[in-house]
Ligand binder design. Structure first.
Ligand SMILES: Cc1ncc(COP(=O)(O)O)c(C=O)c1O
Length: 379
């Protein structure tokens, strides 16, 4: 019987289990004291004054974009080598995603291409910290400041990553995290919005719950009169106390999860170093002042028709789950409504050749060796 190696696996222990039971027994399972405690702990972790817990990373990104008050024709620059969330949200909000290419080594936004794509219609830049490697926020901040643009970081991969020795989460006006089970920490589904723009965060907090001044806990849970006011039309993206029961404990462990990920990546890099003629490996950490969160470990095969699919199939047939991050969004059917799309040579080549190898904190070195052995065989 072949050992099956999953692509990702959650690390949950008795702390989370006990907290969930305590939450259930308390009788209060929707947004309440556990969400407040989780927000406080997360804000402290990233070094931010405030953090807004929501139902997903996509919700955090949607609320961020809503603070821009977008109008038709507005443009937002974002990479195409990403999950579909941001391009979809921009499209649904009646604005236009302007896709820009990525750097061939970091797979993060290419700042030269980014600058070229700024127009009078551009309102914001949404960089993605690809795989958990921090983007060049200094350059992005400089470009944003000189053109009057808002930066919204898609930090769904980057919990615990650092740029200039400061954790991702407080560098830009808004920064969105995801707690999907594949991410560096989880709440089953969930997300968090942080940043240094207190006014936008305050607005996002209101938009998270219908744009209403007091949520259910504030109206009912605190034993006061249940009156409320709707300040502007909002959504229902609040996190539940049940989800926060998991998050409260995961946030205490995420630094150690990331350390375990980093050790596994070193093992991958060493074991794969003899294959660099035929395989591109995600390069090591980008420097002392920048810390990679290693949400993903990516490799690229040679750009040969069908090679990546054959390698993936062979791994799958041998019980190893492989991830695909990402198929370029600008080539997707959903983006056709925006008309002609740019040619993004690096993104398109990476999109044809990239795959993500299994990586999770409880993975063993023996499992890394097995993945490498099977990859070598498949190649
Ligand atoms: C880069 C990126 N952005 C946004 C998201 C959306 O996060 P969620 O699944 O929590 O909505 C994800 C999740 O996969 C992601 O990887």
């Amino acid at each position: 019987m072949k050992e099956r190696i999953p692509f990702a696996k959650i690390s949950i222990s008795e702390n989370e289990e006990q907290e969930i039971i305590a939450c259930l027994r308390s009788g209060w399972i929707t947004t309440g004291p556990r969400v407040a405690a989780f927000e406080k702990a997360f804000a402290e972790f990233v070094g931010c004054e405030d953090a807004v817990a929501v139902s997903s990373g996509t919700a955090a990104l949607h609320l961020s974009l809503m603070t821009l008050n977008l109008s038709p024709g507005d443009e937002i620059i974002t990479p195409s080598l990403t999950w579909v969330s941001v391009p979809n949200l921009i499209t649904l909000m009646g604005a236009k995603p302007v896709f820009c290419d990525v750097d061939s080594q970091t797979l993060n936004i290419d700042c030269v291409d980014l600058e070229r794509r700024i127009t009078p219609q551009t309102r914001a830049i949404v960089p993605v910290h690809f795989a958990g490697r921090p983007c060049n926020l200094a350059k992005i901040r400089e470009l944003a400041a000189s053109h009057g643009l808002v930066v919204i970081e898609d930090a769904c991969h980057a919990i615990g990553a650092k740029f200039d020795n400061i954790r991702i989460g407080s560098h830009s006006p808004l920064c969105a995290f995801s707690f999907h089970p594949n991410k560096n920490m989880t709440t089953a589904e969930g997300g968090m919005l942080t940043g240094n723009d207190r006014e936008r965060l305050r607005k996002a907090r209101l938009l998270r719950f219908h744009g209403v001044s007091r949520d259910t806990f504030q109206r009912i849970g605190l034993g006061s009169l249940p009156h409320y006011e709707s300040i502007f039309p909002g959504l229902k993206y609040n996190m539940t106390d049940l989800a926060a029961s998991i998050g409260m404990h995961q946030i205490k462990k995420v630094a150690s999860f990331n350390a375990a990920r980093s050790v596994l990546v070193c093992a991958y890099q060493e074991a794969l170093s003899s294959l660099t003629e035929v395989l591109w490996l995600a390069p090591p950490n980008s420097g002392e002042d920048h810390t990679h969160a290693w949400h993903l470990f990516n490799v690229c095969v040679r750009d040969e028709e069908g090679l990546r699919e054959r390698v993936m199939q062979s791994m799958l047939d041998n019980g190893v789950q492989i991830g695909l991050h990402y198929s370029p969004v600008h080539l997707m059917e959903s983006m056709r409504i925006h008309g002609r799309m740019p040619h993004l040579p690096v993104t398109e080549r990476i999109g044809r050749t990239i795959m993500s190898l299994p990586l999770f904190p409880d993975m063993t070195i023996v499992q890394v060796e097995r993945v490498v052995h099977l990859l070598r065989k498949a190649l």
